[in-house]
Design a protein around this ligand. Sequence first.
Ligand SMILES: C[S@@+](CC[C@H](N)C(=O)[O-])C[C@H]1O[C@@H](n2cnc3c(N)ncnc32)[C@H](O)[C@@H]1O
Length: 224
Amino acid sequence: MSEAGWIAVDDYIVGHLLEPDAALDAALAANAAGGLPAIDVSAAQGKMLHLFARMAGARHILEVGTLGGYSTIWLARALPEGGRLVTLELELNHAEVARANIAAAGLADRVDVRTGPAIETLDAMIAAGEGPFDLIFIDADKPSNVAYLRAAIALGRPGTVIVVDNVVRDGGVVDATSTDPSIQGTRALFEAIAAEPRLSATAVQTVGAKTWDGFLLAVLGAAA
Ligand SMILES: C[S@@+](CC[C@H](N)C(=O)[O-])C[C@H]1O[C@@H](n2cnc3c(N)ncnc32)[C@H](O)[C@@H]1O
């Protein structure tokens, strides 16, 4: 099937299983108006993240890579009363657009957008004893994925769900000779997880509006 076919199937999924959503549509429009790249998760993927958070009963969510807050909104909507989401973003203009989108979606009271290089923010969070987080979504610069994984383990607890986006990269993940830092970072992530006995993990390939890619899914702690 062609890329047009993948998009048609994505449209079919969204048309049948997702409600029209003015807040999310407005967020994407604001991102475009603000010059942000359209590298958010797709609508179907956003709903998947939302369902993961509900399945995990997540009260505390951490996101690494906010962009304009599209995935943040999907995740924050899964929080129960009193739940909190912390999302980390390097670019000040991305964070500014995200804060406005999150406020317009009525979620400002439960979402904390923190700016700066995520590795530094995560180190500060670990030093401050923050956490544990119930679900951690990693979706920022791919060369730092191993550092984000280590921080996620430090900020998690047994049962924490860790989700990493863009781990297939048009199949590039299997190219051991690639000099692309994002592919090298993704391969290093797989190797780190394979060597990490505290994680049980898999990855699932996806096609659709965001081409050929995939999500890595992990749970911290041995199965009961
Ligand atoms: C793929 S986008 C995030 C998309 C978002 N999760 C969504 O689906 O709506 C990646 C984001 O990570 C941010 N980023 C890149 N390097 C970063 C770093 N070192 N620290 C924090 N954020 C970073 C980028 O500025 C960009 O906004």
